[in-house]
Unconditional design. Structure first.
Length: 165
């Protein structure tokens, strides 16, 4: 298992989401419920995929999409009401049919890493419901983003998942 990146390292990646924790995100322990960590990270990754060409029009017009095949979550610090947070996405690697990515939630109120989300996404045909190659334009957009997301530090992948070779 890799060590976790510093806040400064995560900030090398653009913020996809910035917000304050609202009261409705709290659970009985008066901190942000676990489901909201997952939702924030997954939606941020979805936005990055959309910016890479895989948006709702892609699904509707090209009949292609991505399915989450596997994910791993790490809760590192609680977030409470009115805490400021930001979500940052890092594409790690891809194959012709799959994408490995990370999302990080930073606790901007305490200047710390609060959560990591690691996911493997599979590119799927909507009609066949089977894995299909990324089209050339999407593959190029992903490759460009992968190059931008390459940092001088290793993402803290769990080691149990990734792109099959």
């Amino acid at each position: 298992m890799s060590t976790f990146p510093t806040v400064e390292q995560v900030l090398e990646l653009p913020a996809v989401t910035e917000r304050t924790v609202p009261a409705e995100y709290l659970d009985e322990n008066q901190h942000m419920n676990i489901g909201h960590y997952l939702e924030l990270a997954a939606r941020a990754l979805g936005r990055v995929c959309g910016q890479s060409g895989m948006d709702q029009a892609y699904i509707d017009d090209r009949r292609l999409t991505i399915f989450t095949a596997e994910h791993h979550l790490r809760y590192l610090g609680e977030l409470r009401q009115d805490d400021e947070l930001s979500v940052h996405v890092q594409l790690v690697e891809r194959s012709s049919k799959a994408l490995h990515a990370m999302a990080y939630i930073l606790d901007r109120s305490r200047d710390r890493l609060a959560f990591t989300f690691e996911a493997v996404l599979v590119h799927v045909g909507m009609d066949t419901r089977r894995p299909e190659n990324f089209p050339a334009d999407v593959a190029a957009a992903l490759d460009e983003r992968l190059a931008r997301h390459a940092t001088g530090w290793a993402p803290p992948v769990c080691g149990a998942m990734g792109i099959r070779r």
